[in-house]
Design a protein around this ligand. Structure first.
Ligand code: NAP
Length: 326
């Protein structure tokens, strides 16, 4: 019943090609969704401290593992060094230990540096950021990727993380890390979908044996909420409404979402669609009983338009960060 397709990572571990994203879900929804996802065969769960749901997920994992319904070794759990305030090499181990405590786990399967950039947190922060008078975030340009990575390597050596990787890094940033690392990054997690295909970055990662995880593979609706809260006005594309996607979906009697996901996994890229809806979680998992033909794959390849949905514009002024663009 479990989704059995894996990517083999340079760390020697394997990552299920399909996982469940958990960003922007309320606590109760998360608990129900993770329970249901495990029951329907999802084994890979993606979280992060900034999603504020590690405790909720941890409660569910604990219940499944302690009741013997699942073995820890069957699960693949990813969490991240928190963005954008936690990119500090002195805090890496402490931060992962807090995530492990919340997730009620002894180790994490994959620990990612969430973003290549850092901003300054407010003194009295409840996680909020310090801001300039114009509302822009106060940038911390001293982000030390190499120092952080060395600490990440220490986590593997201590058995706290099975694999380590990065998220939202560009080629230059990955290249710099790789020149200085003992342990190569196993995974890069990036926004990836038909409208944002990033061919140079994908090619680079393939040549460096870095597996890719596609986030926001359905175009993410969560960003609209963040943009709204930050006062950012922009039109976001609707990937479900692309005529060629709808046409192919009709042919296979599948949904647009299933076509978008199948196209990604066929490239050997893992996907972590977020859903808290039972029907849609089932749908997102049922993508292995049909195959797109070459012509359809090419039609979808041609949709690339360099449209980035998660552009971090909700952090006003982030484009001034020395590590920009990410
Ligand atoms: P996404 O998975 O592309 O889209 C999620 C949205 O699509 C939700 O509104 C969901 O609503 C809806 N949806 C899911 N399945 C559907 C289906 N079959 N048909 C129609 N609608 C469907 O966006 P995302 O949450 O931004 O990305 C996925 C995960 O990637 C996140 O949850 C997070 O774990 C990770 N992520 C990582 C980063 C990073 O910086 N590393 C950034 C963004 C996201 P319902 O829940 O109502 O179904």
């Amino acid at each position: 019943m479990a989704v059995e397709q894996y990517l083999h990572l340079s760390s020697g571990h394997k990552m299920p090609i399909l996982g469940l994203g958990t960003w922007m879900a309320k606590e109760e929804e998360t608990i129900a969704a993770v329970n249901e996802a495990l029951a329907m065969g999802y084994r890979h769960i993606d979280t992060a401290p900034v999603y504020l749901n590690e405790q909720a997920i941890g409660g569910v994992l604990k219940e499944w593992i302690s009741s013997g319904k699942i073995k820890r070794s069957e699960l693949f759990i990813t969490t991240k060094l928190p963005a954008p305030g936690g990119n500090n090499h002195e805090l890496v181990e402490l931060t992962l230990r807090k995530s492990l405590q919340d997730l009620q786990l002894d180790y994490i399967d994959l620990y990612l540096i969430h973003t290549p950039f850092t901003v300054v947190l407010a003194d009295d922060n409840g996680g909020d950021m310090k801001r300039n008078a114009d509302g822009s975030v106060v940038i911390d340009g001293s982000t030390d990727h190499i120092g952080i990575w060395k600490e990440m390597e220490g986590l593997v050596e201590k058995g706290l993380a099975k694999s380590i990787g990065i998220s939202n890094f560009n080629i230059k940033q990955i290249e710099r890390l790789r020149k200085h690392c003992k342990i190569q990054p196993a995974v890069l997690q990036i926004e990836y979908h038909v409208y944002l295909q990033q061919p140079d970055l994908i090619e680079y990662c393939r040549s460096a044996n870095i597996a890719i995880t596609a986030y926001s593979p359905l175009g993410s609706k969560g960003v609209a909420n963040l943009d709204k809260m930050a006062g950012v006005k922009r039109d976001l594309p609707d990937l479900f409404d692309i005529p060629v996607v709808k046409e192919i979906a009709k042919k296979y009697n599948k949904s647009a979402a299933q076509i978008l996901l199948r196209w990604i996994v066929d490239k050997g890229i893992s996907v972590i669609p977020k859903s808290t809806n039972s029907k849609r979680m089932h749908e997102n998992k049922d993508i292995f009983d049909f195959k797109l033909n070459q012509q359809e794959i090419e039609q979808l390849n041609k949709l690339d338009a360099n449209i980035r949905v998660v552009d971090f514009g909700f952090f006003k002024g982030i484009n001034k960060h020395p590590e920009f663009p990410f």
